[in-house]
Design a protein around this ligand. Structure first.
Ligand code: FAD
Length: 427
């Protein structure tokens, strides 16, 4: 595939020097979109303190990279300003992302539930392709280089760099901060540059881990450790429902993990010390069919255990029957109303006291970060410091599981790169 024909044909003002901090989804895209217009030598420097680029990308979607979702909607994002995220999504939707990826040589496909992946289903393939494109575009990939600090000096951005303990200072005309949040710090994003961002006059809203496990008092459910369920879960604070989600979850030593609870974990960090409960409905997706069968007991065949086994593993079925004090062999025909209520309660309305949630080490994203009102949602340029761009997870935007976060990271990087080009075309 000839990618060059798809790259912007514009030329930068020859003296333009652009620094991009962070070779994650956002930074790679910003550099890729900005660099091709630059002549010999390349004036976009992409700084990454890992030895290689895209380390977090490699682990996304369990190595398959779930990159966007059919159901993109502003209401699904944690963002202080819903108009802001709506403006971004209007400008940059699924079609726009797929188009850019296709042009880069990364075709995508959609699963039945609307989640998009690269055709290769391999995050490794995708990162290799991106690396190839960065080289072709002439981006200076400066890996193993920590940006220790940045500020403004004499009208330029000054970066303090540390490459193998060799410390240098360099100046740039434009600066893109794509250094991520604080989630999964071992992959590179530790939040070390938030103080420098604040020093520039920006507000950094409290950073809270999100998309992580929820820890509860499991009680008797401890014996179901390792069991997986498709469940509807809800978090309550003093009886008021804060949020609900549906997905697969696993019972762990300390509580629950998996997509079925991850979308709710940030509520724990946002309400420290509050009386929080997790309600789990283990039968939600199956209950309708079962209820039909139970509605006509005369016609019902087999045992209640057999009915529950259609949806749940034997260990879980035996556990729920025991909790409901129903003998395992009880035929459906002879199930009494009171017994039905008991099995319903134990399988569909369990309330667990929440005692904590995953920290940054085991949560996938960060809620909080740079206040979005200080950043243009269409160009990602700072409204406070011209020439400074703030993108990706560094900003106070977080989506649920399903490709929403990569969509935002890729999209913010792409819009930034495009703006860097369009605002610097030679007359
Ligand atoms: C296990 C896991 C699975 C995930 N799966 C999905 C998924 O399937 N779909 C989805 O949409 N989202 C997923 N996410 C979330 C998604 O990966 C992130 O939201 C997204 O990658 C953020 O991109 P970013 O470029 O803003 O930040 P990052 O990917 O964190 O990139 C920031 C980069 O900046 C570098 N950096 C930071 N500070 C410095 C510095 N001072 N100097 C030099 N370099 C620096 C870091 O090393 C890093 O490479 C997942 C996250 C995790 C942890």
């Amino acid at each position: 595939m000839d990618c060059a024909q798809n790259l912007p044909s514009t030329r930068y003002n020859g003296s333009m020097k652009v620094a991009v901090i962070g070779a994650g989804a956002a930074g790679i895209m910003a550099a890729l979109q900005a660099a091709p217009g630059i002549q010999a030598g390349g004036l976009v420097s992409l700084f990454e303190h890992n030895q290689t680029i895209g380390r977090k990308l490699l682990v996304t979607g369990s190595g398959r990279c779930n990159l966007t979702n059919d159901q993109l909607d502003p209401s699904l994002y944690q963002c202080a300003d819903s108009d802001w995220i709506a403006n971004f999504l209007d400008a940059f939707g699924v079609a726009e992302l797929r188009d850019v990826l296709e042009r880069l040589g990364i075709p995508t496909f959609k699963t039945d539930d609307g989640w998009y992946y690269p055709l290769s289903q391999s995050a490794h393939s995708m990162v290799e392709i991106l690396q190839e494109r960065l080289l072709e575009a002439g981006v200076l990939m400066r890996v193993a280089t920590e940006v220790e600090w940045f500020g403004v000096r004499e009208g330029q951005f000054e970066l303090k760099l540390n490459w193998n303990e060799r410390k240098t200072v360099e100046r740039f005309d434009k600066l893109v901060v794509a250094a991520g949040g604080r989630a999964y710090p071992e992959l590179g994003s530790k939040g070390s540059l938030f103080p420098a961002i604040e020093r520039m006059g920006h507000t950094v809203q409290t950073l809270t881990p999100a998309l992580g496990p929820i820890f509860v008092e499991l009680g008797a459910f401890k014996m179901l450790k390792g069991q997986r369920f498709d469940a509807v879960t809800s978090v309550y604070m003093d009886g008021e429902r804060l949020g609900s989600t549906f997905g697969n979850l696993i019972i762990t030593e300390k509580g629950f993990n998996g997509p079925g609870v991850m979308n709710l974990s940030h509520f724990v960090g946002l309400h420290p010390g509050k009386n929080l409960e997790l309600q789990v409905n283990f039968l939600a997706p199956f209950w309708e069919g079962m209820a039909e069968e139970l509605a006509d007991l005369e016609k019902a065949r087999g045992s209640l255990r057999g009915l529950l086994l259609r949806a749940l593993a034997p260990k879980a079925v035996d556990f729920f029957l025991e909790q409901a004090q129903i003998a395992p062999g009880t035929p459906i025909k002879s199930v009494e109303g009171e017994q039905l209520l008991r099995i319903l309660r134990v399988a569909t309305d369990n309330r667990f006291r929440i005692v904590g949630a995953g920290d940054f080490k085991n949560s996938q994203v960060t809620v909080g970060g740079v206040s979005v009102n200080e950043v243009d949602p269409l160009t990602f340029e700072s409204k406070i410091v011209p020439g400074l761009y703030l993108v990706g997870e560094s900003n106070n935007v977080a989506g649920p599981c399903g490709g929403y976060n990569l969509h935002y990271a890729f999209g913010s990087g792409i819009l930034t790169g495009k703006h860097l080009v369009s605002s610097n075309i030679k007359e």
